[in-house]
Every structure is written in structure tokens, then in C-alpha cells.
Design a protein around this ligand. Structure first.
Ligand SMILES: [Fe+2]
Length: 431
């Protein structure tokens, strides 16, 4: 007997994602969106939470990874576990708030109650179940794999072949650079997340995070209004700043080269604060790393990077991208506090509110251009998007990292070439 034909047409990702151009349907197709959720977010490694968000036993956050709602929860033993946000009994959602603190997790439907390590510890009228019912088999379901680097916790829901370290590859350098600005090597994501609904496809936000080309145009009003953004205004195509493609879809804008060229101006990444105005932080850095190494770290500043697929180390903000539909995403931002740097942290908070807050001067510009681009690509013609700026002119280092000019589209191409491998390889494996 003939089997039913697979009625789903196959998307040819190797055709839609070319080295210098992209097909517009990548941003609009519901089928492509659904395949991305599975292939990239469920079968790959995705950021879920940071250690510092849930410091105490019983602290939890609820996060969405792909289509899945997850609870990251710290147990009595101090370990973080990540569970599906679903009662094993009849499937009700367990935690309805974005974060909180519980001594145990109780389902709102039939009051099945779970310990912080996921064990089922109580349920009403347990004796009514058949003899083969076992509480030991009805605990919360943990995700297949979780691992962390520098306090950043990642999950892999459908197991793949890669370790987290293999997935991160050269991007561990970026996390190290951020943590290396802290006198203790630790950061604190404790200020609370700002949440923006973006009317654009999640990949547009990824692309924009490491786009060195748009700032003088899209952020023109901010640059005019705020002298601390003069570094952006003054950039020319000959700027020493480079974009880098680290492989595995990770990329950055390497501001450190710009800051090094500026030489004597410490703290350019803070908006040009004099060292004398941050005595607590500077002394703590000197004590931790010695004056010479501390000075190098303070000149070079934090990374401005995008880690495939959903985590951006955006200087003194962490940003997380949550896809909602082909046309909608949620962008979460939180300021990075450095442990042992209270004087700097107070300024970081104000700067993040000013740039990323509800009336923020930076994120609103990017949200608007994202919405305009999403509306634009909904038009059928022209079919293709041009992404060839600087193509073929990249410098390739011995370790495979590609360098290009600030305004080249090498960082976006880095994302897309990994995207193509992930999306096409999964199809080819099933053929
Ligand atoms: Fe921007």
C-alpha cells in the first residue's frame, strides 16, 4: 500500500541563503519559522538564564526557548535545574509569573506538589491511583541537556552532538572579556529585565545587533543629542573598528580596537568617564589584576556581540531575543552589574534606562527600523535582500575568525552561513 505523500513542500535553505543575498521569505514564512524553532532553538544550544538571577534556593525564572516554556530553578542543594513548565499529571502550566521564589512548586489544577529538585512529594488522595502508580515516575521533567559558561546557562532540548563548549567555540573569548571587567570575575543580572515587543522577525534583531553600518543613519538623533555617542558619529569607513565572524553563527563589533586607538581615554565604553570619578571600581580592578592588566581591560571594555541564536552581550547590556511569530519578537534587555563596582553600576543603570528603557533613545530607533523592514519584506518584489557588502575582502585568521571593516556585512553573513548549515543539514540528514 502506498504511503501518504508528505504534503509539506521542502524549503531549500541552500538556495534561500546565498553568500551575498537572502530570500525575503526567510523573514515572513510561517513554515520556515516553525522549522527554525525546532532545528535552531530545540535541537541547538540556547541561552536560558544567568546564575545570578536565581541566587537562592527556591528562586526561579520562567523562560521561553523556541516554542517551549521552561522553569530554571535553584534547588536546596544549590544546583540549578531546568524543567518543562508543565505538570506531569494533566499538563497544566505550573509557574505563571516570570520569576519568583517558592519553597515547593504546586500545580494550580490538582495541587500536585513538587520539591525544588523536581520530585513529586505530594498529591491529594494518592491512594485512589492503581498499585502500579509511582510518585517516583511522576516528577517534573528536566530538559535533556543543560550546561553553563561564566554563569550563562544554556539548554539543548532535543540532544545534538555538540557540547556547549563546542557550540560556543571562539565566543567564549567574548564572555571572558565581559567577565574580565569585573574585579571578581562575576557579573550580576539583578536589575530586572526590560521587555520590548518588536514587530520584526527575530533574525532582523540578530542582524542589527552586530550591524556597524546603520548607526550614523538610524541613530542620528541620538548622536546629535548625546556627546557620548561621538565615537559613533566620528566613525569613518576607515575606522579601526572591525566586525568579526567567529564561526558557529557568533559575531561581534570589536570596539576594543577603536578604544585602543583612542589610547589615553579610559572608560570610553562608559561614555568617557574619567577614572578619578570611579575610584572604587578602579582600585578594585587594580587590586584584582595589577595596574597594567587592569588598564588594558579598562581601555578595551566590554564585547558588543551576538551569540547564536538568542544571546547578545551588548556592551553593558545583556539582550535576549525571543521569537514569537515570523513577524513578532520580544527583546529583553538587562544592565550588566559588575560585582565590586557599585560606583560604576549606578551609572550603568542610568545609561541602560536612557538607551534601552521604555522611552529609550537607542532601542526605539532599532525597533522602528525593524518594523519598517518587516513591512518592506512582506512585499513580493524584489525577492532578494542584498548582503554582500565587503564580501570576499575579509581577512581570515589562522583560527578561522574572519575580520572585516566596521561597515561590512561580514557579521551578518557569519550568522547566515551557520543558519544555512543548521537548517539544511537537518533536512539532508532526514533524506
Ligand atoms: Fe541600532
Amino acid at each position: 500500500m502506498a504511503t501518504a505523500p508528505d504534503i509539506r513542500p521542502t524549503v531549500d535553505y541552500r538556495h534561500l541563503v546565498q553568500d551575498g543575498r537572502l530570500h525575503g521569505s526567510l523573514y515572513t514564512s510561517p513554515q520556515i519559522f516553525a522549522e527554525e524553532m525546532e532545528q535552531i532553538f530545540h535541537r541547538g544550544w540556547s541561552f536560558v538564564a544567568h546564575d545570578s538571577e536565581i541566587p537562592n534556593s527556591g528562586d526561579f525564572v520562567v523562560r521561553r526557548v523556541g516554542t517551549q516554556s521552561l522553569i530554571a530553578l535553584r534547588g536546596k542543594d544549590g544546583e540549578v535545574r531546568v524543567f518543562y513548565n508543565r505538570c506531569p499529571h494533566r499538563g497544566a502550566t505550573l509557574c505563571q509569573t516570570a520569576s519568583g521564589h517558592r519553597s515547593r512548586i504546586t500545580c494550580p489544577y490538582h495541587a500536585w506538589t513538587f520539591a525544588l529538585d523536581g520530585r513529586l512529594i505530594g498529591l491529594p488522595d494518592e491512594g485512589a491511583y492503581p498499585p502500579d502508580f509511582s510518585k517516583a515516575d511522576a516528577g517534573l521533567t528536566p530538559v535533556a541537556r543543560m550546561d553553563s559558561y561564566g554563569g550563562f546557562i544554556f539548554v539543548n532540548l532535543i540532544p545534538n552532538q555538540l557540547t556547549l563548549r563546542e557550540h560556543l567555540g571562539h565566543a567564549t573569548e567574548l564572555i571572558d572579556a565581559l567577565l574580565g571587567l569585573s574585579p571578581t570575575g562575576r557579573i550580576q543580572l539583578t536589575a530586572g529585565w526590560m521587555k520590548h515587543k518588536m514587530r520584526s522577525n527575530w533574525k532582523m534583531i540578530v542582524e542589527n545587533q552586530v550591524d556597524g553600518y546603520h548607526a550614523p543613519m538610524v541613530h542620528g538623533s541620538l548622536i546629535t543629542a548625546n556627546r557620548t555617542f561621538a565615537t559613533v558619529r566620528d566613525r569613518k569607513p576607515t575606522s579601526p573598528t572591525r566586525v568579526r565572524d567567529f564561526g558557529m553563527g557568533h559575531s561581534d563589533i570589536d570596539h576594543a580596537s577603536d578604544y585602543r586607538a583612542a589610547g589615553d581615554r579610559l572608560f570610553r565604553w562608559t561614555g568617557g568617564i574619567d577614572p578619578e570619578r570611579l575610584p572604587v571600581y578602579v582600585k578594585a580592578m587594580d587590586d584584582a589584576y595589577g595596574p597594567e592588566d587592569a588598564r588594558r581591560r579598562l581601555i578595551e571594555g566590554p564585547p558588543h556581540s551576538m551569540l547564536f541564536p538568542n544571546l547578545s552581550l551588548a556592551e553593558m547590556n545583556i539582550m535576549v531575543i525571543e521569537p514569537v511569530s515570523p513577524q513578532h519578537s520580544i527583546q529583553y534587555t538587562i544592565p550588566v552589574f559588575l560585582e565590586g563596582a557599585d560606583d560604576l553600576n549606578a551609572r550603568t543603570l542610568r545609561r541602560c534606562e536612557g538607551a534601552m528603557g521604555p522611552a529609550g533613545m537607542l532601542i526605539a530607533d532599532d525597533a522602528e527600523i525593524g518594523e519598517l523592514t518587516q513591512m518592506g519584506v512582506a512585499n513580493l518584489e524584489p525577492e532578494w535582500i542584498i548582503l554582500s557588502r565587503g564580501l570576499g575582502k575579509e581577512e581570515v585568521l589562522a583560527n578561522g575568525v574572519k575580520l572585516a571593516g566596521l561597515m561590512d556585512e561580514t557579521s551578518q553573513r557569519g550568522f547566515w552561513s551557520h543558519y544555512r548549515e543548521v537548517m539544511a543539514a537537518s533536512q539532508e540528514a532526514s533524506q
